[in-house]
Write a protein that binds this ligand. Structure first.
Ligand code: NDP
Ligand code: MG
Length: 388
């Protein structure tokens, strides 16, 4: 079992829950990173006494170093890479948000690390490259290099244990439907930030909470599943399941369907990623289906939540399309959280950026970063151009 981990993004929702699980399992946390939240990072470091600490924003480096003069203290993008490749860790938990997770994942794999991946933007933007690197690195019969943390992908991963991939017919990704399930597009015009942030079943970081409200999060998960499980997007279906008890399903060629169920609690997929191929007991909460009573399922509304449809189109096109989708969405969510655009503008602007994009092939991580930067520039021009 894993004994020592580094956590990239330890101050976020997944990061904090990973610390909880690691402590319960007796796993030593040897590295931590934050972007700006130096106060929480200092608190975590006092409690866990890791070997290495990273604060990405250089402004806070002196304060961190002053508090921990005897530890390795790093900063900036290189600092994240130092955490991702720290020689004394057996596993790196990537709980960063956005494309900031891409390079650390790549560097961790190149350094021979196993990665528990929560950061879905890594595979949305870099799936093609990561798959290539893994195929060069993965030894037959050894534990997988990448292990999913996202609850749906953890569910599918668990359903596939002991199965031959060639017998998988279809993957069914469940989605809660978010806070606006059942609403029509016109009804979304007036929603406020606080409505968007009220997710019905999960308590998560702000970015993914907004993504869950537009349903682009599920589109990203379709792309993530393509790379994790070697399937085309036509073999991945989205099903709305408001109770968030069935975390996803796999249909096999004989018509049999396997599912993984639990209460919605991210600590469970985190624990599974840390203990695989064993199972831990750190967060065990027996599921009482008699109390849950109803498990319901319905088709997604692709007309209202059209970013889900656009994500499927981008998944089909591949190459630069998912990168541009991610970049435009990251910018749109940022503008929305800053109060500069409305909720439906996220959907409209992302759609416009995709409409104006022409496919570019990608071969390297550098290609991805260039396409990402260009898409962000186009987004800024579009929004600020329309405003002036
Ligand atoms: P949060 O926003 O709560 O946390 C993000 C973490 O990354 C924080 O530690 C933050 O530091 C750090 N960070 C943010 N921006 C940067 C940057 N540019 N460079 C380096 N570090 C950065 O996110 P979540 O924990 O909600 O999500 C993390 C990932 O996991 C996302 O990809 C999300 O989609 C995925 N995920 C999350 C789930 C959840 O339940 N939260 C469920 C399934 C997947 P600081 O605190 O200093 O800002
Ligand atoms: Mg998920």
């Amino acid at each position: 079992m894993t004994k020592k981990i580094c956590i990239l993004g330890s101050t976020g929702s997944i990061g904090v829950q990973t610390i909880y699980v690691a402590k319960k399992l007796g796993i030593k946390v040897v590295g931590l990173s934050a972007h700006k939240n130096v106060d929480l990072l200092i608190k975590q470091a006092r409690e866990l006494s890791p070997d290495i600490l990273c604060i990405v924003d250089e402004k806070y480096y002196p304060l961190l170093k002053e508090n921990f003069p005897d530890k390795i203290v790093v900063t900036g993008q290189q600092g994240l890479i130092n955490i991702a490749t720290y020689p004394h860790a057996d596993l790196i938990v990537n709980a960063l948000v956005g494309i900031s997770g891409l390079v650390p994942t790549v560097e961790a794999i190149l350094a021979g690390k196993r990665v528990a991946l929560a950061n879905k933007e890594t595979l949305v933007t870099g799936g093609k490259i990561i798959k290539r690197i893994i195929s060069q690195k993965q030894e037959k019969d050894s534990l997988p290099i990448l292990i999913p943390v996202d609850s749906e992908h953890s569910a599918i991963f668990q359903c596939l244990v002991g199965e031959d991939k060639k017998n998988v017919k279809k993957i069914i990704l469940t989605a809660s439907g978010g806070p606006f399930r059942g609403k029509k597009f016109e009804e979304l015009q007036s929603v406020k930030l606080e409505d968007v942030l009220m997710h019905p079943t999960w308590n998560m970081g702000k970015k993914i909470t907004v993504d869950s409200a537009t349903l682009i999060n599920k589109g990203f998960e379709v792309i993530e599943a393509m790379f994790f499980f070697d399937k085309g997007c036509d073999d991945i279906e989205v099903l709305i399941h408001p109770q968030s008890i069935v975390h996803s399903m796999v249909e096999f060629v004989d018509g049999s369907v396997k599912a993984q169920l639990s209460y919605p609690d991210m600590r469970l997929p985190i624990e599974y990623a840390l203990t695989f191929p064993e199972r831990g007991k750190a967060v065990a909460a027996p599921l009482d289906l008699a109390k849950v009573k109803n498990l319901t399922f319905e088709e997604p509304d692709f007309d209202t939540f059209f970013l889900l449809k656009i994500a499927y189109d981008c998944a089909k096109e591949g190459e630069s399309y998912p990168i541009v989708l991610n970049a435009a969405n990251e910018e749109a969510v940022k503008y929305f959280l800053e109060g500069k655009i409305g909720f439906v503008d996220i959907m409209k602007y992302v759609a416009k950026i995709i409409e104006g994009h022409r496919l570019q092939k990608i071969e390297t991580v550098e290609d991805i970063l260039v396409i990402d930067a260009e898409a962000r520039r186009r987004f800024k021009n579009l929004v600020e151009g329309e405003k002036s």
